[in-house]
Design a protein around this ligand. Structure first.
Ligand code: HEC
Ligand code: HEC
Length: 148
């Protein structure tokens, strides 16, 4: 019961605080358009084309994808990403090999192939567009990562 009360108080706090922070800075994709009118069609952003790997901002960050991935299929039969990033193929393709962590299942067992929880690459790795951040942010990586 004590737990429940604590939880309720925390959740209430969150629901009260978050909207006031976000409402000021983030606009919905519909803009200020009333719901019963058609929204402006959003202009699709262009994916950034292939470039060198992008610097990471924190130690366990899934690295950002520095190339376009349009049309790359990931389904039960095939995984386009692994055709370049698997240990079998990375050398020929000049790609980074997936790290050891991608072979570990949720119980900590090391498997001989990519773990199911690492199979859908784009759950964690995302390709990039040149867009301005939705919310301003002053985060800076620690020195050991920035090298400066
Ligand atoms: C045709 C081959 C190819 C395919 C397919 C491909 N990649 Fe890549 N990927 C590369 C190459 C080459 C690099 C750059 C390696 C370098 O320059 O060090 C790269 C870089 C990356 C990096 C950055 C690694 C780092 O250390 O910063 C990530 C993450 C990545 N790819 C994820 C993906 C994902 C996810 C997919 C599938 C949606 C995918 N790639 C499909 C070839 C490919
Ligand atoms: C659940 C999240 C998650 C999924 C799914 C995932 N990754 Fe990762 N990936 C990470 C994280 C976190 C790192 C950095 C830390 C590490 O190596 O585990 C990483 C690292 C990498 C790297 C860099 C390895 C290195 O040695 O620098 C590559 C390449 C990569 N992933 C490719 C892939 C590909 C291809 C897939 C799909 C088959 C995939 N990842 C699926 C989270 C994920």
């Amino acid at each position: 019961m004590k737990h429940l009360i604590k939880h309720t108080i925390i959740m209430l706090g969150i629901t009260l605080i978050i909207p006031t922070i976000n409402a000021a800075e983030v606009e919905s994709l519909r803009g200020a358009n009333p719901l019963n009118e058609k929204a402006k069609k959003p202009v699709p952003k262009r994916w950034q084309s292939d470039r060198a790997p992008i610097q990471r901002d924190f130690v366990h960050q899934p690295p950002l994808i520095p190339h376009a991935i349009e049309g790359y299929v990931i389904n039960i039969r095939s995984n386009k990403c692994l055709s370049c990033h698997s240990w079998a193929n990375y050398k020929d393709k000049g790609a980074t090999k997936i790290s050891l962590t991608h072979f570990t299942d949720r119980d900590g067992n090391d498997l001989s192939n990519v773990s199911a929880r690492r199979y859908f690459c784009t759950q964690c790795h995302v390709s990039q567009v040149d867009a301005k951040p939705l919310v301003s942010n002053t985060f800076k990586p620690v020195k050991s990562i920035m090298g400066r």
